[in-house]
Design a protein around this ligand. Sequence first.
Ligand SMILES: NC(=O)c1ccc(NCc2ccccc2N2CCOCC2)nc1
Length: 246
Amino acid sequence: MHIGVITLFPQMLDALRCGGITARALERGLLQLSTWNPRDFTHNKHRRVDDRPYGGGPGMVMQVQPLRTAIQMAISVLGQDTHVIYLSPQGRRFDQNGVQTLLNYPRLLMVAGRYEGIDERLIEQDIDEEWSIGDYVLSGGELAAMVIIDALIRWLPQALGHQESATTDSFYNGLLDHPHYTRPEELAGQKVPAILLSGNHAQIARWRHKQALGKTWRRCPQLLEQLELTAEQQQLLTEFITEQGE
Ligand SMILES: NC(=O)c1ccc(NCc2ccccc2N2CCOCC2)nc1
């Protein structure tokens, strides 16, 4: 997979190379990440990429030409079949389904807006899809792009050491995550649940599934309604509720 980002702040993307799963995936070439800065494609003396908005109003708007030239340069490197997305609060809400959708594009170009946004004519002509990571406004599209890149990387084959953690990622099987514990066994009177020390993997898996069901039931019951729980899951949830003495 080759991802490109059009951004005025390419150094922000370096954060993905600092460590962890994203850094390892990039080092191992599981995906390529390239950036293009519209400022490098300006044709004016002061390398301006923005100008005042027609119709007045506060702030500045990113001009079409530097962005269009940067996008065309990126596509010449990435390939003609590159899918071009724009990060904006008006975009399609990114979620686990979005991960699976975007993974289908071997070549993805992400345009990160700054200032008050970009000239609408660029969106109409050069952008295939708008995506949003949530209903809030950020100073630029870079962090939204990085969130999406991070989520995609976790689903690239071999990106995770033990592959199952992607498929058992809580949101994947529709439930919230079960609790996690590590050394020491006891800490200020807080003990690790004995079942986890038992070595009985079937019972441990059952306990974790029960905890995930219980946590989901507690925190977002509407999520449970969407899932048709199996008889076994109903049994586990009943057990959880009984144990909680609710
Ligand atoms: N939710 C998201 O995915 C998300 C994405 C980007 C983003 N900001 C870049 C941006 C993009 C498009 C339009 C306006 C703006 N903004 C520029 C800066 O000023 C505010 C408006 N914000 C939130």
